[in-house]
Design a protein around this ligand. Sequence first.
Ligand SMILES: [Mg+2]
Length: 188
Amino acid sequence: MNDRLVLLLDVDGVLADFVSSACRLCGHDPAEVYSRWTPGDYAFEKLLGMTRNDFYGAIDRAGADFWENLEILPHAKELWQFCRSRADAYFCSTPTRDAGSLPGKRAWLAKHFGRDAPASTVFTEHKWLLSHPHTLLVDDRDSNVESFRDRKPWGGHAILFPTISNERHAERNDAFEIVKKEIEAWTS
Ligand SMILES: [Mg+2]
């Protein structure tokens, strides 16, 4: 029996730079968008002057290419290697409803983390279903972390990866080091 903790690592916002690519796709300079961002605000499509439907409509039209060509965040490979050294690590990602999203995400994972990476990925928009006392989720979305921790009757463990769009925005400049220490604590 393997008694190592299972670790689920979110992709968009934690490993992949969704925001910068989405800004460029919609004709905006990411740095300019960040300069207008109220930290903690999740709905950044407002800063692009778009409704949520229009925003995701633009991403859907870009298809698999959008997801496959997301930039990788600088800490991504080191974070993944660290997770693997501490636990049974898997990627965990939510495809959009568009048919191109899933193959695009699979291609991105294979490109940056090797051809076996898509097979080590759980694709779901219901991450809370994976909640378990022996499982740790690392994710940048407040609601994913809350529902994972709150799952009755047991509740899993979850670390909110600090970004400008979540409750831990004040820690975002040191996100990688902070989260590494927290993963280390959970897996010791
Ligand atoms: Mg995310």
